[in-house]
Design a binder for this molecule. Structure first.
Ligand SMILES: [Fe+2]
Length: 332
C-alpha cells in the first residue's frame, strides 16, 4: 500500500461511525433480514448466472444506505451454490470516499464464498469530486480489496471479462464528470473490437455502463431534469448507440435512474437490449418503489432470462409487475 493510499484519521473516524451504526442496527434488530425460503438458485440448464443491481451509494452520513446494501448482500448467504458473478452498475459510494469503499468491501467480503467474480464499475458519484487519476487509483485499490473483485487496469476504468458462456464489457468515464460520463474514442474503438470478436464466437455480451443512452429506459422523464441529455451517458450517447446497434445479442445494463422495476426497465431495440437496474441503497422511484431491487440473470444456450428480485427481502418481484420476468431468445 502506498503512503497516500493509507486511510487517514478522518477516513478512520467516518468508517468507525459507519461500522458502529451498522452494529447498532444489528443489535437492535432493525436491519432488514432477507427470507431464506426462496433463495437464489442457479437454474440447472443455465450456463452462467449472475446478480446485477445499481447504486448502493453507501454514504458516510446517510446510514440507511449501508443498511439496505447489507440486507441486499445477506440474500446471497442462503444460496446453495455460488453465483458466477455479481455486477454493481456504479454509484457504489455516495461521495467516492475511502471510508465508504471500505464499508462496501467489508459487506461484500462477508459473502465472498457465494460470488465467484465481483464486477464493480464507477458511476458519477464515484468520480465526480476529485481528480480523475487519483480517484481511479483509489477505486482500483478498493476493487482489489474485495475478494474475487476484478480490478480495472491503472489509469482507466474499462475492461473485458471473458467467460465460456458470455462476455462482460465494463465501461467507465474517461474523465471526471459530475453527472454524465465521457466515453473516449479509444474506449468506443475497444468496445467495437470486443463486440465484433464476441459475435464471431457467438457469445452474448453484457455491456455495462452507469448511465443509460439518451431517450431510453424512460429518459428524459425518468430523470425529471431539464435538457434531453440529463440522466443519460451524455454527449457520446449517439456514438455509443451506433456501436451497440451494429452487433447482435448485446445487453446494455445500466443504473443511475433509481427507478423501480417497471415498463421502462427493459427495452428491446433488436440487436441490442437495454436493461436499467434499480438501486439497492437509495429509494427507488415509481409505483413499485420497494427498496433493494435488482435482477438475477441467467444465460442459456438459446436465451437469456432476467428475473427481478427484492434482495433485501429474499424474494422475487411478483410476476404482475411489468418486466419482473424477461426472457430473450438469442439470435443464432
Ligand atoms: Fe448516478
Amino acid at each position: 500500500m502506498k503512503k497516500n493510499d493509507k486511510p487517514n484519521h478522518v477516513s478512520r473516524f467516518y468508517f468507525h461511525n459507519m461500522n458502529a451504526e451498522l452494529t447498532k442496527r444489528m443489535a437492535a434488530g432493525s436491519l432488514p433480514t432477507p427470507s431464506t425460503d426462496d433463495p437464489i438458485v442457479r437454474p440447472p440448464e443455465a450456463l452462467f448466472t449472475f446478480a446485477a443491481f445499481g447504486d448502493p451509494q453507501v454514504s458516510n452520513y446517510m446510514f440507511a444506505r449501508e443498511a439496505c446494501f447489507y440486507a441486499t448482500c445477506r440474500d446471497f448467504k442462503s444460496m446453495p451454490e455460488p453465483l458466477d458473478a455479481l455486477i454493481i452498475a456504479g454509484d457504489i459510494a455516495e461521495n467516492g470516499m475511502r471510508c465508504e469503499y471500505r464499508m462496501v468491501a467489508q459487506i461484500l467480503n462477508e459473502v465472498s464464498d457465494k460470488i465467484r467474480h465481483v464486477v464493480l464499475m464507477p458511476g458519477n458519484h464515484d468520480i465526480r469530486l476529485r481528480g480523475f487519476l487519483a480517484q481511479q487509483f483509489k477505486f482500483r485499490g478498493f476493487v482489489k480489496s474485495v475478494t474475487n473483485g476484478v480490478p480495472p487496469e491503472r489509469g482507466k476504468y474499462w475492461f473485458a471479462c471473458d467467460f465460456d458462456a458470455c462476455r462482460f464489457l465494463v465501461m467507465g468515464s474517461d474523465t471526471a464528470s459530475f453527472e454524465g460520463a465521457h466515453i473516449s474514442h479509444r474506449q468506443l474503438k475497444w468496445l467495437e473490437t470486443e463486440l465484433a470478436d464476441a459475435e464471431k464466437q457467438n457469445k452474448p455480451v453484457f455491456v455495462m455502463n452507469h448511465q443509460p443512452l439518451k431517450k431510453t429506459n424512460g429518459l428524459p422523464g425518468a430523470w425529471q431534469g431539464v435538457g434531453s441529455w440529463r440522466g443519460s451517458v451524455g454527449n457520446q450517447s449517439k456514438a455509443l448507440r451506433g456501436v451497440l446497434s451494429s452487433h447482435k445479442n448485446v445487453f446494455f445494463l445500466t443504473g443511475h435512474l433509481h427507478q423501480g422495476v417497471c415498463q421502462a426497465s427493459f427495452e428491446d431495440y433488436g440487436s441490442y437490449k437495454c436493461l436499467n437496474l434499480p438501486t439497492v441503497g437509495a429509494n427507488n422511484h415509481g409505483s413499485y418503489n420497494e427498496l433493494s431491487q435488482g435482477y438475477v440473470i441467467s444465460v442459456f444456450r438459446d436465451r437469456v432470462e432476467m428475473r427481478a428480485r427484492l434482495f433485501g427481502k429474499g424474494e422475487y418481484v411478483p410476476e404482475e409487475i411489468p418486466n419482473a420476468f424477461i426472457s430473450v431468445p438469442l439470435d443464432k
